[in-house]
Design a binder for this molecule. Structure first.
Ligand SMILES: Cc1cc2nc3c(=O)[nH]c(=O)nc-3n(C[C@H](O)[C@H](O)[C@H](O)COP(=O)(O)OP(=O)(O)OC[C@H]3O[C@@H](n4cnc5c(N)ncnc54)[C@H](O)[C@@H]3O)c2cc1C
Length: 294
C-alpha cells in the first residue's frame, strides 16, 4: 500500500522507523522489538539507508523481511550519497521486485570528512531530483521526503528551506516526514509556513522519545534539534538515574504526541531506534492498544 492510501485509510495513523543493525545480536534484538511493535498495527514501518550510502542491501532486506513476516506496509529510505542514476534505478527496481511500495527520498548527509555534499559523477545533488527520478522511472512508488521544523542546517533561512521543500513536493512527493523536534511550536510554525507556501500534502511530525540523555544530546546535536531548557535541565539533573531519565523523556513524548493528535495531525512517525518500550508506553498512554492475537 502506498503512503497516500495508508494515511487516507485512517483518521489517525502512526508509523515506526528502524535502522539496519550492525551485528547479528543487534539484528535479533531488533526483530524482537519489531514483533512487539507490529501488534499496535502501524500504518507502515520504514528502514533507514546507511549514512554515507552504506548498508543499502540491508535496508532492502529488512523491509522485505518485515513485509514477508508481518504483512505490514514498508518504506525503504534511499539517499543520493555515492550513487549514480543507474545505481539508484537498479536499487529502486530491486525494491519494486521485493514488493516494497514506498520510498523515503533523501539527499543524505555529506560523507564523513567532507564539509559539503557533492554528487558523484552521473549522480544527483538534491532530494527533489531523486523524487523526479522516481516519478519518471518508477511511478508506482509512494514517496516520502524530509521536512525540517527547525530549518535544515545548510539552509540560510526558513524561506529558502521551504522553497526547497516545495520543489520536492512539486516533483511528486506524497508526504513530508519531519526531522525530530521537542517543542511542538516549532512543528506548528513549520506547518503554517508550509500551507502559506502552497504545500498541501500530508505533513507528518517525527517524534523520538528520549530514554538516554547522552545519546539524545549526540543525535539532536547532529540534526540540530533543540531540547527545551526546562526539559534539558530536568534530564541533566537525573542523568545518573536511567529510569528517571526515561520517565522524563517518555512523559515529554506523551505530552507532545497528545498535543499533536489534538491539533489534528494525520499521523505521527516514531523514531524507535530499534527499541520498543518507550514507543509502546507512548502509544498505550494515547489509548492505542496492542492486538495480542498477532
Ligand atoms: C524523516 C527523515 C529520515 C531520514 N532518513 C535518513 C536515512 O535513512 N539516511 C540518511 O543518510 N539520512 C537520513 N536523513 C537525513 C537527511 O539525509 C539529511 O537531513 C540531509 O542533510 C538532507 O536530506 P534531504 O533529503 O532533506 O535533502 P534536500 O531536500 O536535498 O536538502 C538539502 C539541503 O539543500 C537545500 N536544497 C535543496 N534543494 C536545493 C536546490 N535545488 N538548490 C539549492 N539548495 C537546495 C535544502 O534547503 C537543504 O538545506 C533523514 C532525515 C529525515 C527528516
Amino acid at each position: 500500500m502506498r503512503l497516500s492510501e495508508i494515511y487516507a485509510k485512517r483518521q489517525f495513523c502512526f508509523s515506526f522507523e528502524v535502522y539496519p543493525p550492525k551485528t547479528e545480536a543487534a539484528a535479533v534484538a531488533m526483530r524482537k522489538h519489531v514483533d512487539l511493535l507490529v501488534r499496535y498495527q502501524p500504518g507502515f514501518i520504514s528502514c533507514t539507508y546507511g549514512a554515507g550510502g552504506t548498508t543499502q542491501d540491508q535496508t532492502l532486506d529488512i523491509c522485505s523481511d518485515i513485509l514477508a513476516q508481518h504483512k505490514v506496509p514498508v518504506m525503504a529510505h534511499l539517499t543520493c550519497v555515492g550513487s549514480s542514476r543507474p545505481m539508484l534505478l537498479d536499487w529502486l527496481g530491486q525494491a519494486r521486485l521485493r514488493g516494497i511500495t514506498n520510498i523515503m527520498a533523501l539527499r543524505g548527509d555529506p560523507p564523513k570528512g567532507l564539509e559539503s555534499f557533492q554528487a558523484v559523477e552521473g549522480g544527483l545533488s538534491y532530494a527533489n531530483e531523486l523524487v523526479s527520478l522516481i516519478k519518471k522511472h518508477e511511478p508506482g512508488f509512494g514517496i516520502g521526503v524530509g521536512g525540517y521544523p527547525e530549518v535544515h542546517q545548510e539552509a540560510p533561512n526558513a524561506d529558502v528551506d521551504l522553497a526547497n521543500l516545495k520543489r520536492k513536493v512539486d516533483a511528486g512527493a506524497d508526504a513530508i516526514i519531519s526531522q525530530l523536534f521537542y517543542d511542538n511550536t516549532d512543528f506548528y510554525r513549520f506547518q503554517d509556513k508550509c500551507l502559506q507556501t502552497g504545500i498541501r500534502i500530508y505533513n507528518i511530525p517525527g517524534i523520538l522519545p528520549i530514554t538516554n540523555f547522552a545519546q539524545i544530546k549526540r543525535i539532536s546535536g547532529l540534526c540540530k534539534a533543540a531540547i527545551p531548557k526546562a526539559l534539558a535541565e530536568s534530564l541533566e539533573k537525573h542523568q545518573a538515574d536511567p529510569e528517571a531519565t526515561a520517565n522524563i523523556g517518555i512523559e515529554h513524548a506523551i505530552r507532545q504526541c497528545e498535543d499533536l493528535r489534538k491539533s489534528g495531525v494525520p499521523s505521527i512517525h516514531f523514531y524507535v531506534l530499534n527499541q520498543s518500550d518507550a514507543t509502546m508506553r507512548v502509544l498505550e498512554q494515547m489509548g492505542i492498544r496492542a492486538d495480542h492475537s498477532r
